[in-house]
Design a protein around this ligand. Structure first.
Ligand SMILES: Cc1ncc(COP(=O)(O)O)c(C=O)c1O
Length: 394
């Protein structure tokens, strides 16, 4: 059967490729240690599950309004007011089937063919593919380890053309584990004043920040930033709800309405019994997120210290999310176990085959010098896995 050119142009996810190979090897009985997962290893808190069970028992199993129930959208608006200092009416919010879906729909709603979309490296793997699916042109903004993997105001200014439609910011960052400071974000917002650029601020890791790191929503910077921003967030990472599929977008009414119209024809509504569970999560008073955050913070510091103790491996201490993103390029050019490491793809493949450690290559994130290790796993696994990497490299 014919496959459309649009569909043919979409490459398989590099994250999935490593995870599948690791699973295959595990199924063969090999003791593979996985650091590729992009989801928390904690179970969804019980009070959230209970809310979904109650909803099912009450018969909440039918369609809801396409944008989500008013009750859910009001709970999201309250959360954004209380935690992010953002004023949105519930009509300015659309609930989607995961933040991935939110980003996809937001891009479909604002990008026209030929529009330029600014993507700072390292970027989340799906951004360039989603940009292209919307007919847009990814414009990659390179960053360096010395600059903390962040773009500068000057760099942003010189990248903007009359075709620039969107700047995608993701802080705390997957895969980089860094977070823009409030002042850094304000300096970027200043550059945008007077331009036509919309900002898509992907804040999915907002609750997972460490040390002195302060999170600020881009839209909360100023009225100008508020007017030009689509705020994307979801419950997958902070509440360990990856399988429940609930994300949301808040922004100017005309864009939210357009997204809701498209959603109506695409997926109808977010899963009905996930919606009351999401309300329970957003109104949590048990401190479930904080318990997970504290554990992630310990693991992230531990992993970064262990990685930095390996010669030729350089890693910034994670400020947010649950990833270490070490630069391993000092080892490129070496031959290990008969394989010459020419880049992050070889590095990850050889590490998996020879040392049974699964990491994700940095190349699909636009950072070929790096590999990504998730610390959504036990301390014991981190200790064992990094020891294997050290042994393999030395
Ligand atoms: C930066 C970023 N945005 C969005 C998502 C999507 O999350 P979900 O669709 O599970 O809500 C992810 C998941 O890995 C992510 O890392």
């Amino acid at each position: 059967m014919k496959v459309s050119q649009r569909a043919q142009a979409v490459p398989p996810s590099a994250t999935i490729a490593v995870t599948s190979r690791a699973k295959e090897m595990k199924a063969q009985g090999k003791d593979v240690l996985g650091f590729a997962a992009g989801e928390p290893d904690f179970d969804t808190p019980d009070f959230i599950k209970e809310a979904a069970i109650q909803a099912l028992k009450q018969g909440q199993t039918k369609y809801t309004p396409a944008a989500g129930t008013p009750a859910l959208r009001k709970a999201i608006a309250e959360k954004l007011k209380k935690e992010n200092n953002l004023d949105y009416t519930f009509e300015q919010i659309v609930a989607n089937l995961g933040a991935k879906h939110s980003v996809y729909m937001a891009m479909q709603a604002v990008i026209d063919p030929g529009d330029e979309v600014l993507l700072p490296t390292p970027y989340w793997v799906s951004y360039p593919e989603m940009t292209q699916l919307a007919g847009g042109k990814p414009v990659i903004l390179e960053t360096t380890a010395q600059g903390g993997y962040k773009i500068t105001p000057e760099q942003l200014k010189s990248a903007i053309t009359d075709k620039t439609t969107l700047l995608v910011l993701n802080s705390p960052n997957n895969p980089g584990g860094f977070c823009y400071s409030p002042d850094e974000l304000r300096a970027l917002a200043d550059v945008l004043v007077g331009t036509q650029v919309t900002v898509l601020s992907d804040e999915i890791y907002e609750r997972l920040v460490y040390g002195q790191t302060k999170f600020l929503s881009f839209a909360a910077i100023s009225q100008d930033a508020y007017n030009r921003t689509l705020t994307v967030n979801g419950l997958s990472k902070s509440f360990s709800m990856t399988g429940w599929r609930l994300g949301y977008t808040a922004g100017p009414l005309e864009v939210i309405k357009a997204m809701s119209r498209m959603q109506d024809h695409m997926t109808q509504n977010p899963v009905t019994f996930t919606q009351p569970a999401a309300i329970a999560a957003l109104q949590d008073t048990t401190g479930a997120v904080e318990t997970m955050r504290v554990e992630f913070e310990k693991r992230g510091r531990f992993m970064a210290d262990k990685l930095n103790a390996i010669e030729g491996v350089h890693c910034i201490e994670p400020q947010g999310a649950f990833y270490c993103f070490p630069d391993v390029s000092a080892h490129y050019g070496r031959a290990i176990g008969g394989v010459t490491l020419t880049g992050s793809m070889d590095f990850a493949a050889a590490l998996l085959e020879q040392a049974l450690v699964a990491v994700v290559p940095g190349e699909p994130f636009g950072s070929p010098k790096n590999v990504r290790l998730s610390f959504a796993c036990s301390m014991e696994q981190i200790e064992k896995g990094i020891a294997r990497i050290q042994k393999w490299l030395t």
